[in-house]
Design a binder for this molecule. Structure first.
Ligand code: RP5
Length: 333
């Protein structure tokens, strides 16, 4: 996690329940998930990865006082005719300052959309996206805001999310099962994002030309192990353990669009989420967690539908729980 240093948490937020939808929508400075509203969102039914974006329509854009043009569900799709649509234009000052990780404004450069543009990958995991009036269009539809907001790239902004798990164990080392679902409980490494105060998977942006496998490992080391601040000796130890865990073929949990509150009509987050599981609890589980880089706190959390998480992260964990036949929801029996 890098690049966005604005604190969004100051803004007022109201979580609205949307019947039948898996995630919360928000009207404030940042988007809180409402999947703590058990049992309304406690469902064992798998949530489609192409679900309509909700957090990407949160009313106040993160880190700003800018209000999105409200987009009702039936007008999200670009295919829905809506001549009155008048999205607000907003690109954060931090992006307009032209940091290395951000594109210039359209008109002052010629991005090769839907291609590998030099070392910048402008291809989407979702397939080819439309480019209209020289601007890429969000493949999931309208967000009520155009420009780039807090995101650096026009089009897809690629991230990687390492989901590091272990089994929850009691003091005798036995696996703990959930009292209601009777299924074994998984735990995952979660960080508290400094920008919005929400708990999240310790993911981050893929640097231009970087292999996703490297991003997964690097972000985990920086955010959950504070490797950037560690001494040379500690860094080597962290590197050795993490390389060991991450060298096993992880389970690819998700690849595609992320319902991130920073998304706009022209810039959006995509990720590759991979699960690395410490089955015996003797690998990374033994290392002390230490929050680093843009993480305020770090902790092992139980994998459970009641834990609200940033962006689409709860959905990723639901997939992990299903794959590992672990507890997710009190209604799973
Ligand atoms: C989310 O933003 C991704 O799933 C990933 O966790 C994160 C990457 O952005 P930064 O943490 O680098 O801000 O959409």
């Amino acid at each position: 996690m890098k690049r966005v240093f604005t604190n969004w948490a100051g803004s007022v937020h109201i979580a609205l329940a949307i019947v039948g939808l898996p995630y919360g929508v928000c009207t404030g400075g940042y988007c809180k998930a409402i999947n703590s509203r058990v049992p309304s969102v406690c469902t064992s039914a798998f949530v489609s990865s192409s679900a309509m974006h909700i957090k990407a329509r949160c009313s106040v854009y993160p880190g700003s006082d800018t209000h999105r043009f409200p987009v009702p569900d039936d007008k999200v799709s670009w295919a829905a005719d809506w001549p009155e649509y008048s999205p607000v234009n907003y690109t954060a000052p931090s992006v307009l300052k032209k940091p290395v990780w951000a594109d210039p404004e359209i008109g002052s450069f010629s991005p090769q959309f839907n291609s590998l543009d030099g070392s910048v990958d402008r291809r989407s995991h979702e397939g080819e996206y439309t480019v209209q009036d020289d601007r890429p269009l969000n493949p999931r539809g309208r967000t009520g805001l155009n420009g780039r907001g807090l995101l650096g790239r026009w089009g897809p902004n690629h991230a990687a999310d390492p989901i590091v798990t272990r089994w929850k164990r009691d003091s005798a080392g036995q696996r703990v099962s959930h009292a209601m679902s009777k299924l074994p409980v998984l735990q995952f490494v979660s960080i508290k994002r400094k920008d919005c105060g929400e708990w999240a998977i310790p993911g981050g942006m893929v640097d231009p030309g970087e292999l996703v496998s490297l991003t997964l490992q690097r972000e985990f080391s920086e955010e959950a192990m504070n490797s950037l601040q560690a001494s040379q000796q500690e860094r080597e130890k962290i590197h050795e353990r993490i390389t060991q865990l991450f060298s096993a073929p992880g389970f690819q949990v998700y690849k595609g669009y992320v319902d991130d509150p920073r998304n706009t009509d022209n810039s959006w987050m995509e990720t590759v989420a991979v699960n690395f599981h410490d089955e015996k609890g003797d690998s990374v589980s033994e290392l002390p967690l230490e929050a680093g880089d843009d993480a305020g706190q770090v902790s092992w959390f139980d994998v459970d539908s009641s834990q609200p998480l940033y962006a689409s992260h709860s959905r990723f964990l639901q997939t992990v729980a299903k794959e590992r036949k672990a507890h997710w929801c009190v209604m799973d029996q």
